[in-house]
Write a protein that binds this ligand. Structure first.
Ligand code: ADP
Ligand code: MG
Length: 352
């Protein structure tokens, strides 16, 4: 006879599964902005506009001019583990920001989500999901592209709501996310608007699409994001070792900061906050900076996608290199070399 207290195993429903997953994918408004802007980039957008209100807590709206979603596919976009970006044949061969098919269903589980979209040659349509329940697909009006609107984030999970920081702090975190993605994609135009209190709001960040070759574009975008003075005092980095390419800009030690706010690190075009890379950056400046100063840099590591695993965490901000020692060595030696050369130039200029 089985006891009354014997635990019963049951399959969770999709809404609960989405809410659990959302805990990892959507930590705060800035993570929602990251997911939505990445989707816009993956959709081939040339211009992306982000509007937020009250630190993103009451409204996040991302508008893009990308490929759009057809009316028939809208419900699928909101379904768990549904993606147009991989076919599952090679999980290490990833060329898009997304691939897990988790962001939209997760956002729909923790906020009021509405997607309006129009694919080329099709009609615009709209779908909403509230409390995890998907509504019908309705006709809508929109030119090409997609508008994703997320209202009242975490309204259904009051515990998470309590952990959010002030509107100001959340707004700043959103700005940081948009700037990092803007650095990664210099040919795309970005606008961030704060529409708290309604109306047109005010533009808090704007970067028009850059032109020229990639280095010119990166330099222009760097100046946009970090300031012209920083760009003028940044050393160009261009190094290669055994299939790993390192490019970007590293600032002179005199342009260091009191925190790590000006460290922009990318792996195969993806902004990361990776311990290995941050440590390598610190190591490179070790002889040039006092311990309380943080170097400013925008560094891009490019390699065969098979040499790095981006599927470490749902937020995809950490990566795992197959040969971490090699990557660290490349960064440290390339930056030290550039810094030593700049120091040498500076001292000969002073002397001469
Ligand atoms: P993932 O990005 O991992 O594929 P998401 O849940 O973020 O998962 O999105 C699901 C799918 O919805 C995407 O694979 C894509 O086909 C579609 N999609 C999402 N956002 C957009 C967008 N802004 N423009 C066009 N398609 C989109
Ligand atoms: Mg996505």
């Amino acid at each position: 006879n089985i006891s009354e207290n014997q635990p019963v195993i049951r399959q969770l429903d999709e809404g609960t599964i989405n809410r659990i997953a959302a805990g990892e994918v959507v930590e705060r408004p800035a993570s929602a902005v990251k997911e939505l802007v990445e989707n816009a980039i993956d959709a081939g957008a040339r211009r992306i506009e982000v509007a937020i209100a009250d630190g993103g807590k009451t409204l996040i709206r991302v508008t893009d001019d990308g490929c759009g979603i057809t009316a028939e596919q809208l419900p699928l976009a909101l379904s768990r583990h549904a993606t147009s970006k991989i076919d599952g044949s090679d999980l290490l061969d990833i060329h898009s920001f997304g691939f897990r098919g988790e962001a939209l269903p997760s956002l729909g589980a923790v906020g009021r989500l509405t997607i309006t979209s129009r694919a080329a040659g099709g009609d615009a349509a709209q779908i909403s999901v509230t409390g995890g329940a998907m509504g019908p697909v309705k006709p809508a009006a929109l030119n090409q592209g997609t508008v994703v609107e997320l209202r009242d984030l975490f309204y259904a999970t009051p515990a998470r709501l309590k952990f959010l920081r002030t509107d100001r702090a959340e707004t700043q975190a959103i700005g940081d996310v948009v700037k990092r993605l803007a650095m990664a994609e210099p040919f795309i135009g970005f606008t961030l608007r704060d529409v708290s209190g309604g109306g047109e709001g005010r533009v808090t960040f704007r970067a028009d699409p850059e032109s020229g070759d990639l280095f010119d574009a990166l330099h222009g975008r760097l100046a946009r994001v970090l300031g012209a003075e920083f760009a003028e005092n940044a050393l160009k980095i261009d190094a290669e070792r055994e299939g790993f390419m390192l490019t970007g800009y590293a600032a002179l030690p005199t342009y260091s900061r009191g925190s790590a706010v000006a460290q922009f690190l990318f792996v195969n075009g993806r902004p990361v906050k990776d311990k290995l890379l941050i440590g390598a950056l610190r190591g490179a400046y070790f002889d040039f900076l006092s311990r309380d100063r943080h170097p400013a840099a925008a560094l891009f590591v490019e390699c065969d996608p098979h040499k790095v695993d981006v599927n470490v965490h749902p937020a995809k901000s950490e990566v795992r290199f197959r040969d971490p020692g090699m990557v660290r060595g490349l960064i440290v030696s390339a930056l030290r070399h550039a810094l030593a050369e700049a120091g040498h130039r500076a001292s000969t200029t002073v002397a001469g």
